[in-house]
Ligand binder design. Sequence first.
Ligand SMILES: *Cc1c(COP(=O)(O)O)cnc(C)c1O
Length: 332
Amino acid sequence: MAAAVKAEGYGHGLVRVARALDADAFAVACIEEALTLREAGIDRPILLLEGVFEAEELASCARHDLDIAVHHPEQVRMLECARPEQPLRVWLKIDTGMHRLGLKPETVSTAWQQLHDCPAVRSDIGLMSHLARADERACDYTVRQLETFAAAAAGLPGERSLANSAGILSWPQTHFDWVRPGIMLYGASPFVDSLAPDEDLRPVMTLSTRLIAINRLRKDEPVGYGGTWTCPEDMDVGVAAAGYGDGYPRHAPSGTPVLINGREATLIGRVSMDMITLDLRRHPEARIGDPVVLWGEGLPVERIAQLADTISYTLLCGVTARVKREVIPADG
Ligand SMILES: *Cc1c(COP(=O)(O)O)cnc(C)c1O
């Protein structure tokens, strides 16, 4: 299992996550992330999912024992010209239908032979691809990608890797030798139509803040920038100290849930940089200083993502540097 820890471990902290996970290998997007892991003493295999961006990086990959995807003829040429201090473990990446990265299926056997003949490449060449629509359970595109993968890889030796989280949870025939989970490791569902609890996943991140003000407003008084929400009656409005400057989505609409003291309340008015405003009509017990959960334990991040017209991945990755991280040991 190669754990995807790119983008700061999906916002959880790259080194923190790598140390916490007992993964057979780690997958990252760029050499900087890989070197950060090596500097932190992580000695498991590390795969650069997009390979190197320039030939100069190959020497560094050899020195730090980093494995690379090769997804383009240009990267094959770089390897043919390179003389690294030791040969590199290479994963030949096949485009089976994502049409983003990967060698065209009809060019795979030629590229494989070129890599096989290349002194800079280790003999155990892997074969990988990426699924474009595995999160849609009713869609047969994954089956077609599997067929394309099988045809392109036919007759070639080597380990195979295809599955992301959605493939792992929904498409067992994609598992092969190495799976590459990302979002599921962080306790969020990869599917468009389910929440973490439906998949038996528990959130790793809980984003929380506190109430910093409670204000009695009168009927018809507008709340926040643009006055987009108006009090329908005399009521208490709470102010919580978190906004888009912390990574909370600016587009979360009025009605988006939060948890105050563990009970659902709703956002009203616009999200601002440092604050959100909350409807306290059903929370007469709320006091300044009370905890407010924005997503995580008890409030799946997918719900917030759906309402804000985005996906859980962007919310988790987008928590900004000013948010204080606190590590709480899991309770088993
Ligand atoms: C990010 C990534 C993964 C993990 O995807 P999830 O949907 O988060 O499980 C797997 N493989 C590749 C190539 C990736 O870029």
